[in-house]
Ligand binder design. Structure first.
Ligand code: NAD
Length: 441
């Protein structure tokens, strides 16, 4: 099938590459000229395991094309995906200007019927707005063309995005039309991913739009709930790791997403929780649980700094901290809303310096903060330790999980670790003479 995808970010690029890899012909349109030119040269601006290979292979096979030319994109695909960003507006609600700009572009250039599939995370009612926008422009153009707006929220996880798209747990399709042409086209589009068993879930558009928010808000709730328990455990003299295992063993609760830590980040959970709160406010509903999830997370991102500040009696001037992990979670270079940013900025404000290492997010960190005297990005995790006053672990990358206790102890000025991800046994570190702070223990 001929498919066009607007927006070559984490979602658009991965989806495009995976669809092309399955044999579809995909044109990716982005307004970012540099990104498009880089992709043509094989330079991918994001890190996602397995992505570079399938992008390269399908680009070479001419099944994956990158362009800034809207007209070419609109003319080519019977199916037009919208996968642009929906960042928070000033008040926290989802900013739909990019989504509506794509709707406008499609409407201005379409000359044949189109199926418009929205993959961006958008508030309930957005498909209607996209539809209205297209109708408005077609009327101005004085033409009448058939089009259908479908909601198909994306559930990929950064860090395993390619695999998630290749083997989705579910493919949610929100559709308000019973046109066989649309239904058959969507089935054909996703057939390569639906072979093992039927993963497609058909529902109305509004339910599909809400499903995406409900999923992210549920996951964020699990994390904030656990962080609240961790804070209670700390004050009550309990060990949150024992509690975690104790409740995770209940199949109704499960082990996933109940790790205590230094808060959730990323481009999705914070903005989606806030956007749903705003949607609720706009219809006069007070979303109390969501508001608490958000405020618990906001507070939790300060947790490591609070522990550090307390340890040093609020005197951090001139101290140097080794930081392991900058990305908001392992296996990505994404630092949007990352707890590491809140921590580093607090350390800098208090007059401390940072020596940081991350397996993938160093370039991103440099892009965000530029050159500054109080930030040194080092080549590996061991180099970060040299001469530092303490080690701080912010992201649970796999290669941080085995600690060379001897090396750490001799490299740091004093053997001291602040761990935002509870990677180690407090007893073991204590027995080896390391002062160890973690979360909820
Ligand atoms: P992103 O910021 O990485 O990429 C968005 C891209 O859209 C950018 O390259 C930008 O240049 C491009 N763009 C903006 N306006 C455009 C226009 N008018 N025409 C063409 N291109 C345009 O965003 P992302 O992380 O891929 O997220 C996209 C959407 O998917 C968001 O709504 C997000 O909430 C949702 N989502 C993201 C994830 C994730 O893990 N990142 C997962 C599921 C859903």
């Amino acid at each position: 099938m001929n498919v066009t995808i607007f927006g070559i970010g984490y979602v658009g690029l991965v989806q495009a590459a995976v669809l092309a890899d399955a044999g579809h012909h995909v044109i990716c349109v982005d307004r970012d000229k540099e990104k498009v030119e880089n992709l043509k040269k094989g330079v991918i601006s994001i890190y996602e395991p397995g992505l570079a290979t399938i992008v390269e292979e399908n680009y070479k096979a001419d099944r994956l094309i990158f362009t800034t030319d809207i007209k070419v994109g609109v003319e080519s695909g019977d199916i037009q995906f919208i996968a642009v960003g929906t960042p928070p507006d000033e008040d926290g609600s989802a900013d739909l200007k990019y989504v509506l700009a794509v709707a406008d572009s499609i409407a201005n250039h379409m000359t044949t019927p189109k199926i418009i599939i929205n993959k961006s995370t958008v508030p309930v009612g957005t498909a209607d707005r996209v539809s209205e926008k297209i109708a408005e422009v077609l009327e101005l153009r004085g033409i009448s063309l058939d089009y259908h707006v479908v909601s198909n929220p994306e559930f990929l996880k950064e860090g395993s995005a390619v695999e998630d798209c290749q083997k989705p747990e579910r493919i949610v399709i929100g559709i308000d039309s019973n046109s066989n042409y649309v239904i058959d086209a969507i089935k054909e589009l996703y057939a390569p991913f639906n072979y093992n068993h039927d993963r497609m879930m058909w529902m109305d558009v509004r339910s599909a739009e809400l499903t995406k928010y409900a999923a992210n808000c549920m996951l964020a709730t699990k994390i904030s709930f656990m962080n609240e328990m961790a804070n209670l455990a700390e004050k009550l003299g309990a060990d949150i790791e024992a509690v975690r295992k104790g409740i995770g063993s209940d199949s109704r609760i499960g082990y996933q997403f109940i790790y205590p830590g230094c808060g959730y980040g990323g481009s999705c959970f914070p903005k989606d929780v806030q956007a749903l709160i705003k949607t609720a406010d706009s219809i006069g509903y007070n979303a109390e649980i969501l508001k608490s999830v958000d405020s618990v997370n906001y507070r939790q991102k300060d947790k490591l700094f609070e522990k550090i500040n307390k340890h040093y009696d609020k005197d951090l001037k001139g101290k140097t901290f080794a930081i392991w992990g900058l990305s908001f979670k392992p296996n990505t270079d994404d630092m949007r809303e990352a707890p590491s940013r809140v921590l580093m900025e607090s350390l800098w404000n208090a007059g401390a310096k940072v020596q940081a290492f991350d397996p993938e997010a160093m370039e991103e960190c440099q892009r965000i903060y530029g050159q500054r005297e109080d930030l040194t990005l080092v080549v590996n995790q061991n180099s970060a330790l040299k001469g530092a006053d303490a080690l701080i672990i912010v992201t649970e990358w796999q290669n941080f999980k085995v600690l060379d206790i001897e090396y750490v102890s001799k490299s740091l000025k004093v053997p001291l670790i602040f761990d935002g991800r509870n990677l180690f046994s407090p007893e073991k570190l204590k027995n080896n003479g390391i002062k160890y702070y973690s979360i909820g223990r």
